[in-house]
Design a protein around this ligand. Structure first.
Ligand code: ADP
Ligand code: MG
Ligand code: MG
Length: 248
């Protein structure tokens, strides 16, 4: 059974139906990419899955349990975590503080000293683990806004893996990066997804073909193909959908 399953998912804004009946089954442990032209509804799809938007219709199941309509924090605590397309760090807080905030949020601490003081050790340990995993432990005292762009994107991945999520949704994690920065972040994504399930929106086809086991193509709110990278590359309908947007 899939770890994450979307069935008949729909989302309208007013009269505009942006997600138009999406079925998707993400298998445990796979790296799954969502590609598609700008405005196809890729980020909207993530907002639905992470609980930031409510679907108009359809079901979302995580490990077989319905999660549609649950708030983001509940979904996060059930093990699904996401990044945002737009940078989502606190620029004036240190790298350490950024990760600590995300860990506290994800572990559901309420800043209640009396109740939670003994659990703060867990938060500290988890924060260190994450900083080590994303290779920013040496930069822990640096204000996040001073990091290079590539380091900021690595930090965002760190915020996404804070807590204990094992399903990661990354929205365009390499957008706007140089070649060297992209390589670094791709290596990081490969590493953090070794023991997790990855669903990633990505425009850079080199990155997609490097990382993805399977690719789903979203065009105007519908998935027109879901297949291995090699078969997606050879798919005439997919080529057509892309050529269409390139020309426009
Ligand atoms: P993608 O991530 O594939 O580029 P988005 O999911 O961001 O696309 O957007 C898909 C479409 O939905 C766009 O036409 C966008 O303008 C529209 N849209 C997104 N959010 C809203 C909203 N809150 N209200 C109205 N329209 C929206
Ligand atoms: Mg876009
Ligand atoms: Mg988007």
């Amino acid at each position: 059974t899939p770890i994450l399953e979307l069935a008949g998912l729909r989302k309208s804004f007013g009269r505009m139906e942006i997600i138009r009946g999406v079925d998707l089954a993400v298998v445990q442990g796979e790296r799954h990419a969502i590609i598609g032209p700008n405005g196809a509804g890729k980020s909207t799809l993530f907002h639905l899955v992470s609980g930031h938007l409510r679907p108009s219709a359809g079901a979302i199941r995580l490990r077989g349990e319905s999660i549609e309509g649950l708030p983001p924090q509940s979904i996060n605590r059930r093990g699904l975590s996401r990044s945002f397309q737009v940078t989502n760090i606190f620029p004036r807080l240190s790298v350490w503080e950024n990760v600590r905030c995300a860990t506290l949020w994800s572990l559901g601490h309420r800043y209640s000293f009396w109740r939670d003081v003994e659990r703060l050790d867990d938060v500290t340990r988890r924060t260190e683990e994450i900083l080590t995993e994303i290779d920013l432990i040496d930069r822990r005292r640096t204000p996040a806004g001073v990091l290079t762009y590539g380091e900021q994107r690595a930090l965002e991945i760190g915020l996404t893996i804070a807590g204990h999520a094992d399903v990661l949704l990354l929205d365009e994690p390499t957008a706007g990066m140089s070649h060297a920065e992209t390589e670094r972040v791709v290596a990081l994504i490969r590493k953090v997804s070794e023991k997790r399930t990855l669903l990633m929106i990505e425009h850079d086809m080199q990155v997609v073909f490097d990382l993805a086991d399977r690719i789903s193509v979203l065009v105007y709110g519908e998935i027109i193909a879901c297949d291995t990278p090699a078969r997606i590359k050879a798919n005439a309908a997919v080529q057509q959908a892309y050529l269409g947007t390139e020309a426009a």
